[in-house]
Write a protein that binds this ligand. Structure first.
Ligand code: GCU
Length: 138
């Protein structure tokens, strides 16, 4: 099935703001995480069946330092200190992917900043549930 796009500005945001002042985002904006440990964005995503899914995060990081985040799936850390390295400018957007295991039905994907810089600016996550069955938006 084709990946399903989940916009960060539509997710559940804790200690971050929806902004649109750096061009190149998709949807209506992106999330600017507060510059602190623990700022987070939680997506509710759907998988047709249980199994592996590729998460592709689209982001920008205009500073030089990496802005790692823990990627939690249904409350457990699936990718620890996942890197969101510099993209050179806040208007330069790129993607990084990781594969996780999802349950059938609704899942929580939470991205939590682990450094005092907070997260990158996060545009969206694409979820490819790799099941062969059509995905539906939760
Ligand atoms: C700048 C930039 C923001 C970014 C922030 C940061 O203020 O305009 O979009 O989120 O830096 O360092 O996190």
């Amino acid at each position: 099935a084709a990946p399903v796009q989940y916009q960060a500005e539509s997710a559940s945001i804790s200690n971050g703001l929806v902004e649109s002042n750096h061009a190149g985002f998709t949807g209506s904006g992106f999330v600017n995480y507060d510059n602190e440990v623990g700022s987070s964005v939680e997506f509710t995503v759907n998988a047709g069946t249980a199994g592996p899914a590729t998460l592709t995060f689209r982001f920008a990081n205009g500073q030089t330092a990496n802005r790692p985040m823990n990627i939690l799936v249904n409350g457990s850390v699936a990718a620890s200190q996942f890197s969101f390295p510099s993209t050179g400018a806040w208007t330069s957007w790129t993607t990084r992917s990781t594969t996780v295991t999802l349950n059938a039905g609704s899942n929580k994907i939470k991205t939590v900043a682990t450094t005092y810089n907070g997260g990158p600016n996060l545009d969206r996550v694409d979820v490819d549930a790799q099941t062969g069955t059509p995905d539906t938006v939760a």
